[in-house]
Design a protein around this ligand. Structure first.
Ligand code: KMH
Ligand code: ZN
Length: 282
C-alpha cells in the first residue's frame, strides 16, 4: 500500500477525536463528555490543539448510549455551528443497538459516518455486522453524500472491504478512508506486527488512520505515524494517559497526538485540508 502521497494533506496527519463511545459509564469515567454542551466544548478544545474530525456517539439524559435521531441531529448541528471539525457519526452505536436504528443514524446527515466491516467479539459481547447490513450502510451513505470511514477490527475485515468496493463501487467522494481499530478484546492485537500485517491489505490509494484501545494506544499511534498513517485518539478508546494516570480530557490526548505528529514531521492538518483529503463536500 502506498499512503496516497499524491493527495492533498497526505504529508500531514489527520487527527480524529473519538471523545465518548458507547462503552464507558459516566459513573466510572466522570469526565466523559456526554451532553450536547460537553460535546461542543470538546469539539472546540480539540480543534484548537489539532483535531480535524470528531467521531460522535451520543448519550441520553441518564448518560446512557442512545441513537435517538433528534438528539443526533441536534448534536451534529451544534458541533457544526461551534467548530469547523468534520462531523462523523457512529453507526456502530452500542452492541445492543438494532440494525434499523443504526441505519437511521444516517438521516441525521453527518459529513461522515463509520461503517464497520465485520462481526467481532467485543469483550463479553458480539458486535454484529452482517454482510447485507454492511452493503446497506455503504449504499445509503452514498445516496446521502456521507463519506464513510470503514472501521476494521480484524484482518479479515480488510478482505470484506475489498469485496465491498469490488461489488458495490467507491463511496461518496470517490476516496477510501479506513480506520484500523486495534486492541479490542476479541479483535486484532494492538501491536506493530499487526499494524504492519494490516497495511499489506489496505486497498491501493486508500488512506488509513489507526487507534489502539487501552494500553495499545501509544504503540499503535507510533506505528501508524511511522507508516504514513493518520491517527484517531480519544476517551472512547482510552481513559488512561500514562501508567496510573487518568486522562484529564480529550484535548489532552489530541495535544499529545499533535506533538508526536510534529516530531514525526507530519504536522496535524486542519479540517479544510482534511475535507479535501477525504472527499467531504460539505
Ligand atoms: N461501540 C462499538 C460497539 C463505531 O463507532 O462505528 C462500536 C463502535 C464502532 O464504536
Ligand atoms: Zn465509535
Amino acid at each position: 500500500m502506498s499512503p496516497s502521497t499524491s493527495r492533498p494533506g497526505a504529508h500531514g496527519t489527520l487527527i480524529t477525536v473519538a471523545p465518548t463511545g458507547a462503552e464507558h459509564s459516566k459513573a466510572d469515567v466522570p469526565n466523559l463528555p456526554v451532553t450536547v454542551e460537553d460535546l461542543v466544548r470538546t469539539a472546540r478544545d480539540c480543534e484548537r490543539v489539532g483535531a480535524a474530525m470528531i467521531h460522535l456517539h451520543v448519550r441520553d439524559r441518564d448518560a446512557k448510549p442512545t441513537l435517538d435521531l433528534g438528539l443526533l441531529r441536534e448534536t451534529v448541528g451544534a458541533v457544526r455551528e461551534n467548530s469547523n471539525l468534520i462531523v462523523q457519526l457512529s453507526t456502530g452505536g452500542a452492541v445492543t443497538d438494532s440494525e434499523a436504528d443504526r441505519l437511521a443514524v444516517l438521516d441525521a446527515l453527518p459529513d461522515s459516518a463509520s461503517c464497520s466491516m465485520g462481526t467481532v467479539n467485543f469483550g463479553d459481547d458480539v458486535f454484529l455486522n452482517r454482510w447485507e447490513f454492511i452493503v446497506e450502510l455503504h449504499k445509503r451513505m452514498r445516496e446521502r453524500d456521507i463519506v464513510p470511514e470503514y472501521e476494521i477490527f480484524d484482518l479479515g475485515q480488510l478482505t470484506t472491504l475489498r469485496r465491498l468496493l469490488d461489488e458495490h463501487g467507491l463511496p461518496s467522494g470517490g476516496h477510501v478512508h479506513l480506520d484500523l481499530v486495534l486492541g479490542v478484546p476479541g479483535g486484532m492485537a494492538g501491536d506493530l506486527e499487526t499494524v504492519a500485517a494490516a497495511l499489506r491489505l489496505v486497498p491501493e490509494g486508500a488512506t488509513f488512520s489507526a487507534t489502539g484501545v487501552g494500553r495499545s494506544t501509544l504503540p499503535v499511534l507510533l506505528a501508524s505515524l511511522s507508516a504514513g498513517g493518520h491517527l484517531r485518539v480519544g476517551m472512547e478508546d482510552t481513559t488512561t494517559y500514562a501508567r496510573g494516570e487518568k486522562v484529564k480530557d480529550n484535548a489532552q490526548l489530541v495535544a499529545r497526538a499533535s506533538s508526536l505528529s510534529r516530531i514525526a514531521q507530519r504536522p496535524p492538518i486542519g479540517p479544510d485540508e482534511a475535507r479535501v483529503l477525504l472527499g467531504v463536500a460539505r
